[in-house]
Every structure is written in structure tokens, then in C-alpha cells.
Ligand binder design. Structure first.
Ligand code: F6R
Length: 369
């Protein structure tokens, strides 16, 4: 049932083109009109929403952070992302115009369930993004948008993460459509770009050996840092979490802009640093800022491992290793840039001889608070 792969985790990483394609399937028509009838929440109610609060834990919370960038950009609704277990202990401000979006692969995470219950009591509308049909969180929510990643067996989440991100894009585009924030043509174009993602993930998987070879050489490193900016920031956090979970290596993710505010002090000779670089295209100057960050850490001896967009030649001079991902619009980049980091963690943990599917001290669904 591992389909010829050494672990469920590796199989699930390779399932990701299908996880994204299946999550997109049947949710829009040929004109790019989204039809999320399954939502059980009326367009009128959704039109009233003036704030979104995403509640989730772990990897699912990083999907929520990606969602914040996309939904705020497309819908101009403020989006907060909060860890479920912090939310209800701080008297959060929510009311009937707040849309709570919980994200949970299992649908059984107790912290998230309790946070959703609390928000409901305060009168908020609750929408669950979930991978498990009929599980508790979607049952208790007003609305549900299922991810169609298929059952995820490995403890470390991979395909569910990409499917969650995909589902939040659908939600963001649906809200933008309802509220008239984007023209129908713009929505259609973004859906077309999303439709091209599965083949681009496949391209990355086909070149997986490039990053796996690097991972095998790094099996003995004591610590790895991950830097990212904008949507690359949650990707960096996710890259670090995967490594902690399955390879038991100290790993930390940072927003690249934060480097000079402290973390740069950690850089010493041979410290591995992954940098997720924004696209060099477009109007923003983030690309050159992050390239400067690569220079800064390298000047202090870091071993720089760069994830960049295909065609980005600027990074080469400062990178010990570059993994190129295909071009895609910035907001969709996490669906691609995450994949080499998953392959890296999986291969490194396997090289250390660990059971990547059943990491120590962790359970697939955390049903205690
Ligand atoms: C990461 C991981 C955990 C879960 C978290 C939330 O690989 O598996 O961080 O993402 O426990 O679980 P769900 O999404 O089931 O609520």
C-alpha cells in the first residue's frame, strides 16, 4: 500500500499533484465561477463578514498563514491567524460578522475543536477546512470545505498541507467573487494558474534526487535554519517543523526581515541556512532584499541552500546549492516551494535510519488539550 515507496511519507509527498488537483476538481465552471454549494453558509451571510480568524495548530496553522496573504490580497478582509490553543484563553474579540476558518487535517484536534466551540458561543460563523469526512470539527461547524488529499497515514503532514492551502485559495476566490473584489476574468486567470500547479509539483518531484543527495550529505548536521519572506515565511516555518518532527534536528524558521533583529547572531561557520527566495519578477523589491539576506549569512560562513524560481540567476553567486521551482504567481508559490523542503526532511531522516512515518513522541491526531 506504500505503492513502492520506502515510507508512507514519501508516497504522500508524491501524491501531492493529485491532492491539489482533486481539491480543485468540480469547484468551478468553465467561466471561472466558483460553486461551493457544499458550504452550507449562505452568500448573504458571507457578504456580511468583516473579519476572518483562522484557527489551527502546527502545519495546518502554517497553511492558515499562507491563506492570510492570499485572502487579504484578493478580498480586502482582515485575516488573523491564531494557534487554536492560544485563542480562547485571551478573551478574543469575535462577533456574528466574524468568520472563523478552522483548518484541521484530522478534524479531531482537541485544541482546534475547543476553539471553534468557543467562537460559536460568541456568535461567530464557523467554517471548517478538513481532510476527514464526517469528523468532529466539520460536524460542529456551520460550513465545511473538504480537502481531497485522501487519507494521510504518515504522522508528519505533507499532502494535507498542500490541499489545505489549495482550499483556502478557493475560499478566498469565492469570497472575492461574492463581494466583487476581483473581476471574473481575474478569478478565472488565478484558477487557470492553480490548474497548472499539479504538473509543476510533478516536475519538482521528478528532480527530487537533486535535493535528496544534499540531504544525505547533511545527515550529521546539528541544526538547520530556514528563512523566508511574505508567503515564503510560513514555508520556512513548515520546512523547519518537518525537520524537527522526523529527523529530530534542531531547526528554526524565521521571517528573513527578522534576521538582523537577532537570529543572525546564530550564524557561524558551516551553519546550514535554507532561504526561500521570492520571485524576481513583478513590482515588489522583496527579491533583492532576500538575496541580500543570503549574502549576509554567507559572509558569516553559512552554508546557503536556496529555493528559487526557475530563471533566477541572481541567487547563484551566493548559494552553495540552488533548487529551482517552476514559475507561478507569488501567492501560489508555497504549493511549489514547500515540496523540496519536504523531500529534504524525509530523505535526511531516512538517512539517519529513523522511521519517518512514526516519529517518536508524536501522534497523528492530537485529541487531548
Ligand atoms: C505536522 C503535524 C502537526 C499537525 C497538527 C494539526 O506535520 O502533523 O503539526 O499539523 O497537529 O493537526 P490537524 O491538522 O489534524 O488539526
Amino acid at each position: 500500500e506504500k505503492g513502492g515507496f520506502a515510507s508512507f511519507m514519501e508516497k504522500e509527498i508524491f501524491d501531492q499533484p493529485a491532492a491539489v488537483a482533486d481539491t480543485l476538481l468540480g469547484r468551478s465552471d468553465a467561466n471561472g465561477r466558483l460553486t461551493l454549494d457544499e458550504l452550507r453558509i449562505t452568500p448573504d451571510e458571507l457578504a456580511q463578514v468583516n473579519k476572518i480568524v483562522v484557527l489551527a495548530c502546527g502545519t495546518s496553522a502554517y497553511a492558515g498563514t499562507v491563506a492570510k496573504y492570499a485572502i487579504e490580497s484578493w478580498c480586502r478582509i482582515p485575516v488573523e491567524v491564531e494557534l487554536s490553543h492560544e485563542f480562547r484563553y485571551r478573551e478574543p474579540i469575535v462577533d456574528s460578522n466574524t468568520l472563523i476558518v478552522s483548518i484541521s487535517q484530522s478534524g479531531e484536534t482537541m485544541d482546534t475543536l475547543m476553539a471553534v466551540r468557543y467562537a460559536k458561543e460568541q456568535g461567530a460563523k464557523t467554517l471548517s477546512i478538513c481532510n476527514t469526512n464526517g469528523s468532529t470539527i466539520p460536524r460542529e461547524s456551520d460550513a465545511v470545505l473538504y480537502t481531497h488529499a485522501g487519507p494521510e497515514i504518515a504522522v508528519a503532514s505533507t499532502k494535507a498541507f498542500l490541499a489545505q492551502i489549495t482550499a483556502t485559495y478557493l475560499l478566498g476566490l469565492y469570497l472575492a467573487q461574492l463581494r466583487g473584489n476581483l473581476f471574473q476574468g481575474q478569478i478565472k486567470d488565478i484558477l487557470a494558474d492553480l490548474g497548472k500547479i499539479p504538473a509543476k509539483i510533478q516536475d519538482i518531484l521528478d528532480r527530487g534526487e537533486e535535493i535528496k543527495a544534499v540531504a544525505r550529505k547533511m545527515a550529521q548536521v546539528p541544526s538547520v535554519l530556514f528563512l523566508g519572506r511574505h508567503v515564503g515565511y510560513p514555508v520556512a516555518m513548515e520546512g523547519a517543523l518537518k525537520l524537527k518532527e522526523i529527523a529530530y534536528i534542531h531547526a528554526e524558521g524565521f521571517a528573513a526581515g527578522e534576521l538582523k533583529h537577532g537570529p543572525i547572531a546564530l550564524i557561524e561557520q558551516d551553519q546550514p541556512v535554507f532561504v526561500v527566495v521570492p520571485s524576481p519578477r513583478g513590482r515588489d523589491s522583496l527579491h533583492s532584499k532576500v538575496v541580500s539576506n543570503i549574502q549576509e549569512v554567507r559572509a558569516r560562513g553559512a552554508n546557503t541552500l536556496v529555493i528559487a524560481e526557475s530563471g533566477d540567476e541572481d541567487v547563484r553567486a551566493y548559494a552553495e546549492f540552488v533548487f529551482y521551482v517552476p514559475e507561478t504567481p507569488t501567492l501560489l508559490m508555497p504549493l511549489l516551494t514547500t515540496v523540496p523542503l519536504q523531500l529534504f526532511a524525509c530523505e535526511l531522516a531516512s538517512a539517519k535510519g529513523y522511521d519517518v512515518d512514526q516519529p517518536r513522541n508524536l501522534a497523528k491526531s492530537v485529541t487531548v488539550e
